[in-house]
Design a binder for this molecule. Sequence first.
Ligand code: FES
Length: 216
Amino acid sequence: MPTVEPTKDGPLLLAGFPYLVQMLDGKELPCQGTVALCRCGASNTKPFCDGTHKTNGFSGDKDPDREPDRRDTYVGKHITIHDNRGLCAHAGRCTDGLPQVFGHPDPDGGFANPDAASRDEIVAVIKQCPSGALSYSIDGKEHRERGGPPFVGVAPNGPYVFRGGCEIKGAKLLAGATTDHFDLCRCGKSANKPFCSGAHWYVHFDKQAPKPADAE
Ligand code: FES
């Protein structure tokens, strides 16, 4: 299985992937052996590390004020939704896809309402959750993993996107997390390093890079 290792206040060491995919244009960047990926957000050779973290005070620590690591469970008639807000990368797939289900649709309820859409609709949206914050159970069986070939991508203006399984060396997984799919921070500002917390959006990370719409 491929591996990724967050180093102390330094880059991610990636091994076992033949290439990284630039998700903006699908370009494959070869990465033979072990490669060092920037996670301070300031390398001049992104996505690769150029040593800038040694001079810009980058810390790989988590923010003590981050969202708590807590798994919530929402039991519906046909499906149960599991959610850890502390793991969310705020990609918005769930709140955009089914706003009647996700994102506190009921002022008196929690983050999700499992009875506000069909079971299949909810499954389809949860399968798009990149961070692993969401999973679901049907008939008492939890579904977290999706399988598929190993993949690591560089999201434009956002995190490293992992799919298909990768061992994360030396990082404690949050409740409900899976090594099948997850997002790792590359902007340097996540509250939940090494995982992405969505902070890249607020700091306008790498905004000089073209957005997907600009590239069309
Ligand atoms: S890439 Fe840093 S918080 Fe998402």
